[in-house]
Structure formats: structure tokens, C-alpha cells
Design a protein around this ligand. Sequence first.
Ligand SMILES: NC(=O)c1ccc[n+]([C@@H]2O[C@H](COP(=O)([O-])OP(=O)(O)OC[C@H]3O[C@@H](n4cnc5c(N)ncnc54)[C@H](O)[C@@H]3O)[C@@H](O)[C@H]2O)c1
Ligand SMILES: [Zn+2]
Ligand SMILES: [Zn+2]
Length: 347
Amino acid sequence: MEAVVFDGSKLSLSYQKNYPIPTIINDDDVIVKVHYSGICGTDLHIIQGEFPAIKSHPIALGHESSGVIHAVGKNSIFKVGQKVVIDPNKSCNLCDFCRNGDYQYCRTAGINSTIGIWQDGGWAQYVRAPQIQVFALPDGITTEQAGLCEPYSCVSHGFNRAAPLKVGQKILILGAGIIGNLWITTLHHHGHREVTVSEMNPTRLDIVKRMETGFRLVTPDVLAKEAKENVTYDVIIDCTGVGKVMELSFHYLKEGGKYVLFGCCPPTHTATINPFDIYNKELTVIGVKINPFSFPSAISWLKAMGSRYLDYHKLGVKTYRLSEYESALEDLKKGSVAKAMFKISED
Ligand SMILES: NC(=O)c1ccc[n+]([C@@H]2O[C@H](COP(=O)([O-])OP(=O)(O)OC[C@H]3O[C@@H](n4cnc5c(N)ncnc54)[C@H](O)[C@@H]3O)[C@@H](O)[C@H]2O)c1
Ligand SMILES: [Zn+2]
Ligand SMILES: [Zn+2]
């Protein structure tokens, strides 16, 4: 089958036409015929060796995949042909973290066993997954829309961590890559209107306009100028993944404010913040890591959002064939698209 394969020992990617098709190993495995599989910022980090991933042997990357059931093991609850989406992460069910429902901290499962990072993923025509990580799509959600389910599941976890977010609060989103854009749709869908979005790439700001939310769009220099006039925010959601951004924007928080650090900075980044400010303004810093048990709510969001929000053109999502992986990565790196998505099959 076709696949885009990552060799962690060389940090290299290649398009292969004869990569082995996965087969059922355990009775609760299923094989999914992949329709859509996203390229995420984390994949860029993996390819550059900035995020831990498998080194012992090459794998197909891709942790954001939707498709249809192609084959099932003996214990399957799924039927061939059913539309599904794959949660790349799971709980080990044994450690204290997992038993408390926090598998994002698990030392062996969670982000340490991810499909598409530690085992073959969805940048391929077929992918194997244990059925516990597979979710049926309700009627009305297309596999195209469900290509965004995994990033929405992370946003959903972040949304719960940030709660309560009261309608009427002034919210600032920093960075309008796909993650910023999914936060924009989420906040608008939940009734928020007092939202400012800051992004320095003009192409990406133009993409945000397509969503017609009426949110205020600015470049970072505007925020810096306004901060001198004491313009502040109740909630700041960082979607840049750049450490210094926290340092620059932390004092934009109002008294009682919350800083949601959704961006995943390389571990080498640092930011200086003022502890007196945290005391004096009673500020809260909220980290957000992946998607523990948040696929069901992400699927419900997809269903409720529908075509008003889940439109690839409006969100800046462009599709590519697997063989076009080089231009997909290039477009993503230069920010001419908000997201690159492999469209592998449609039936
Ligand atoms: N917490 C999680 O579970 C989780 C899940 C998925 C992704 N992420 C992280 O979220 C971040 C965003 O993902 P993405 O795919 O949208 O990445 P991206 O790199 O495509 O987008 C980041 C955007 O931030 C902009 N930016 C950089 N500095 C800025 C500044 N000072 N002010 C305003 N904008 C600025 C960039 O121009 C870019 O458009 C990444 O760090 C990613 O790893 C976290
Ligand atoms: Zn991702
Ligand atoms: Zn565990």
C-alpha cells in the first residue's frame, strides 16, 4: 500500500508504494481504510527531532485519522464499512494516573504509545487500531469533517480545563494556525463574541476572516501598543507554541485572569513571568496536554457544529495526496495553509 514513512534513526521521510498492509493481530483489532489523515504541528516537531517518537524501526506517521472499517477481529463491536475515527491515544488502565482518568500523564500509554508516533499511523491507505481506540461516527458527520476530530478532542480537553469560560468575558487567542482556528470556532459556537485573535502571518489572518465570526483580528504589535493603554483580557489562550509569547503577553491578563497554555513549546523554550503579578492579580496558568477521554465530546461538537464551522476552505485546510507530502509540509511550514490534510480515499 501507499504510505509516508518516517525513519526516526535518520529523521527522514519517504513516500513508499509497497509498504506492508497491516493485518489483524489481536481479536479486538480492527483495520481502518483511511480517508483523511492530518499533518499536525507535532509531526513537524517529530520530523525535526524535537518531539519524542519511535527510533527502533520506521513507521507511517499520522495520529489524526478518519475512515471506514475494512476488517475486524473476532471480538469486534464494529462492522465492515462503518465510518469511524481513531483516537491515537489510550490509557494503560493500570498506573495511578490512568486509574484516576488522567492518561495524559501515563509513563507508558498516553502520548508514549500514540498511533502514528510509536506505531504505524494513518499516513497510509490502511491502519490497524485496537477497537478501544476507535469511535463510530454518527450519521451526518462526514469522514472529511472527522479528519479534525483529534485536534478538536484536544481543544475539548482544554475547554474543560479552562472552564468556566463565561460568555461576555474578554478572550484573546494568540496564533491562528489550525489550533487557533479550532479554538475560534469552538468559542463562537459556544456563544463567545468578545474575542480578539492575534496572528503575525497576514495569510493566516485572511483565512480567519473566512470564518465570519466577527472576532477582532490584530497583529501582535497592536496588542503591545494597547497594553500600554491598559487593555487587558480575562482569558488568554496561547496557540503559538513559542515560549517567548508567554513572556510578552502574560501582563495582558486582567485581575483574576487565566492563561491557557495550549501551545506545545519545545522543552528548551523559556519565559520570564512576574510572580508578584500572579499574587497581586490572582492569576491562573493552565496547561493542556492531549485528549484524555475527550473523543466523545469532540464527536458531539462535530455533530453540533456541522458545515457552519467544519468547512475546509474556511478553516484553511488544504488536502494532498500521500505522494504530495513534500509540498504539504512546505505549505504548512510557510503558513500558506492553516493545515495540511492527506486525502487518501473517499470510499
Ligand atoms: N495541548 C495540546 O494537546 C495540543 C494539541 C495539538 C497541538 N498543540 C500545539 O498547539 C500549537 C499550535 O498548533 P498549530 O498546528 O496551529 O501550529 P502552527 O505553528 O501552524 O500555528 C502557530 C501560529 O502562531 C503564530 N504565531 C507565532 N508567534 C506569534 C505571536 N507572537 N503572536 C501571534 N501569533 C504568533 C504563527 O505565525 C502561526 O501561524 C503547537 O505548538 C502545537 O504543538 C497542542
Ligand atoms: Zn496532533
Ligand atoms: Zn497509565
